[in-house]
Design a protein. Structure first.
Ligand SMILES: Cc1cc2nc3c(=O)[nH]c(=O)nc-3n(C[C@H](O)[C@H](O)[C@H](O)COP(=O)(O)O)c2cc1C
Length: 302
């Protein structure tokens, strides 16, 4: 049985990766599961300068999910490039470096720095406020996405995956804009903007008032968006949003994802990778599938 996936010219030994921000820089999960079991992992979102993140509380539980406003706490792209990535390069798995910027210039500088590391892929998070354009997230406007992607491509020698925000009216317009800008692949979905209020104190639970919703509650939205995007562009997709087990991974692949990321589900079951891999093998045997690539996008619509 073949479970290898060629994604943007990089061979992944299996389709399972992790979602940025839910797996730290890998070491945090080492005691639960061997990181080399994954095809790759997306590291915590990096910014040009290190960030302390938002004040607590940063996480609120919701029905079937969580709301977070961590605020991109990270040591900064240079610490990652000089000290963290050289250690991660020793692992038998691919590293996807995830970057977030507040200006086009920040993205360009980060793309250059990360291009000089052993990271396999650069994932560009565009769910960040564009501070020079009134703070609206880069990922909500097609023209901005196309411009940002084409500028970053000029400074990026690694495959560039654009990570889409679901907080938009038309996800396919944004996906097409990233494709026109020269993206090599797409990942989706990032978190859905949400809010939880404590009715006794009348105050929002999160110190930042609002945050990003993730976990199984978002999965049907993510599946719908992956399906729509897969049919709108030719780019390969990393699918994510609420994966809790191997069944969910297959669902994302049928919708059109080539790789699938485990995220919030790892907080519930940090050893999920083992169950996921067993499920995929069993599914392939039950359905007589020799090559996992054969199920990508193969949902049969009613
Ligand atoms: C605590 C937390 C931190 C996150 N940090 C990042 C980040 O730094 N960069 C990014 O692109 N996405 C980040 N995300 C979004 C996830 O990578 C993923 O897109 C989203 O949570 C949906 O997948 P899930 O439901 O499986 O978690 C974060 C999510 C969570 C829950």
């Amino acid at each position: 049985m073949n479970t290898k996936i060629n994604f943007c010219g990089v061979e992944f030994k299996n389709p399972i990766v992790t979602a940025s921000g839910t797996f730290g820089f890998g070491a945090e999960y080492g005691q639960y599961a061997d990181i080399s079991e994954y095809g790759g992992f997306s590291a915590k979102g990096l910014t040009r300068q290190g960030r302390e993140g938002n004040p607590p509380p940063r996480i609120a539980e919701t029905p079937s999910g969580i709301l977070n406003s961590v605020g991109l706490q990270n040591p900064g792209v240079e610490v990652f490039a000089n000290y963290i990535m050289p250690e991660l390069a020793k692992l038998d798995t691919h590293v996807i470096a995830n970057m977030s910027g507040n200006t086009v210039e920040e993205y360009l500088e980060m793309a250059e720095i990360l291009s000089n590391t052993d990271t396999a892929i650069i994932e560009m998070n565009i769910s960040c406020p564009n501070v020079k354009q009134g703070g609206l997230a880069f990922g909500t406007d097609p023209a901005t996405v196309e411009h940002l992607t084409s500028e970053v491509k000029k400074h990026c020698s690694k495959p560039l995956v654009v990570k889409l925000s679901p907080n938009v009216t038309s996800i396919t317009d944004i996906a097409k804009a990233a494709e026109s800008g020269g993206a090599d692949g797409l990942s989706l979905i990032n978190t859905l903007l949400g809010m939880v209020i404590d009715v006794e104190s009348r105050k929002p639970i999160l110190a930042n008032n609002m945050g990003g919703l993730s976990g199984p509650c978002v999965r049907p939205v993510a599946i719908r968006m992956v399906h729509q995007v897969a049919n709108a562009v030719k780019l390969p997709i990393i699918g994510m949003g609420g994966v809790m087990n191997g069944r969910d991974v297959i669902e994302f692949m049928l919708a059109g994802a080539s790789l699938v990321a485990l995220g919030t589900g790892l907080f519930v079951n940090p050893k999920m990778i083992y169950e996921v891999k067993d499920y995929i093998s069993d599914y392939m045997i039950r359905h007589n599938i020799d090559d996992i690539n054969d199920i990508i996008g193969k949902v049969e619509l009613n």
